[in-house]
Write a protein that binds this ligand. Structure first.
Ligand code: NAD
Ligand code: MG
Length: 384
């Protein structure tokens, strides 16, 4: 059989490089043909040479000239600027698009690929949070397949196979609890960037690591699940599971709860999205239950982690609420990373902005993008 051709948007990040490791281990089945990175032109150039890529996009302008010089004389076409991401995403040669860009910056490419009827393995949860209300109907209309890479959603997709969709009663979304699971509110308030980045079970990019520390990541994932699985907020539950072995569960109407278990290694959910609905041997670590011996679960603490309630509220509300929460969070995380606000202010700002926004029930793309921009402006104003 011909190899499936893969394009990775955000190939230099944590998910991007894990995706490359999956492609390397299944090189008889998959072939990387194109990739994008934001600023790390050196790493992108190495990838272009290693995989003999057709095309690369560097989305930040600085480094563009160096990248062109570096790849002169190779077959790789070099495009500079974010406006080329949608073009890369809809390329006819690509069979599976992996979107591992961080933030709402991934949305234009996801929209374009959906409209082109592509198979999209989506790690970029933010685009579903912002525009799930448009993307899922579009996918249906244009025959696109949107497959989750997020470990929780991959687990849910896998568990869903145990019954019919109409028999699903509840999704139980697990959460590691992040670095502050046992910290007092006082400690969390004084958390430094270094504390927040110190995740106990997963090694990930900066933004999602901060989101895991505030548990905004779980809020975003509830909204993501709401759109991916068309699941109302009152049929979802968050369960803290510090070992990160049970990646989520589906409860069926007869009371059976089906879970997916594996060590915390993103290569498995990435690969599952690539081989779906089939399975292949995977380079990810195997589970040895005897070494673990204990799997523990606890209810989340909504007082120390107010972000979780925002996730339920937004999953229930829909419309422009997802765009506003996501943008407020992205801007607030940026402000925390550059030292302008304290750790707890991330969730506080997100909540305040969410509560004051002029909500639209059935927004079009323009209204979603306007809501995103409005929320970012609000963060800037409130910080001043
Ligand atoms: P990362 O920061 O490690 O990598 C981000 C990638 O996106 C890089 O290749 C970077 O060049 C690119 N990028 C950054 N800013 C960009 C911009 N403005 N425009 C275009 N490209 C840009 O992030 P990550 O941890 O790999 O996360 C990527 C996505 O996957 C996020 O949406 C995250 O929530 C999701 N995710 C990550 C993990 C994980 O284990 N890392 C798990 C589940 C979901
Ligand atoms: Mg996740």
């Amino acid at each position: 059989m011909a190899k499936k051709k893969i394009t990775i948007l955000g190939s230099t990040g944590s998910i991007g490089t894990s995706s490359l490791s999956v492609i390397d281990s299944l090189s008889d089945d998959f072939e990387l043909i194109a990739a994008s990175a934001h600023s790390n032109w050196q790493q992108l150039a190495l990838q272009a040479r290693k995989y003999n890529l057709e095309k690369v996009v560097l989305t930040s302008v600085s480094g563009g000239k160096q990248l062109r010089d570096e790849l002169k004389g190779t077959k790789t076409e070099v495009l500079i600027g974010a406006e080329f991401l949608p073009e890369l995403a809809v390329d006819d040669r690509c069979d599976i698009l992996i979107v591992s860009i961080v933030g709402a910056a991934g949305l234009p490419a996801v929209l374009a690929a959906t409209e082109a009827g592509k198979t999209i393995a989506i790690a970029n949860k933010e685009s579903l949070v912002v525009a799930g209300c448009l993307l899922m109907p579009m996918a249906k209309k244009y025959g696109a397949t949107i497959l989750p890479v997020d470990s929780e959603h991959s687990a849910i997709l896998q568990a869903m196979h145990s019954g019919n969709r109409s028999e699903v009663e509840k999704l139980i979304v697990t959460a590691s609890g992040g670095p502050f699971r046992k910290a007092s509110l006082e400690t969390i308030k004084n958390a430094t960037l270094e504390d927040a980045l110190n995740h106990p079970t997963w090694s990930m990019g900066t933004k999602i690591s901060i989101d895991s520390a505030t548990m905004m990541n779980k809020a975003l994932e509830l909204i993501e699940a709401r759109w991916l699985f068309d699941m109302p907020a009152d049929q979802m539950e968050v369960m803290v599971h510090p070992e990160s072995i049970v990646h989520s569960m589906v409860e069926f109407c007869d009371g059976s709860v089906i879970a997916q278990l594996s060590p915390p290694d993103m290569r498995l959910p990435i690969q599952y999205a690539m081989t779906f609905p089939d399975r292949r041997p995977c380079p990810a670590k195997r589970l040895t239950l005897a070494d673990i011996s204990n799997l523990t679960f606890e209810a989340p603490d909504f007082d120390r982690f107010p972000a979780i309630a925002l996730g339920f509220a937004v999953a229930q509300k829909g419309g422009t609420a997802g765009a506003v929460l996501n943008a407020a969070n992205e801007a607030a995380v940026g402000a925390f990373v550059n030292g302008s606000i304290g750790f707890m202010q991330i969730s506080e700002l997100a909540e305040q902005i969410l509560n004051s926004h002029p909500w639209i029930e059935k927004p079009d793309l323009e209204q979603l993008l306007a809501a995103d921009q409005w929320a970012r402006d609000q963060v800037a104003t409130l910080i001043k």
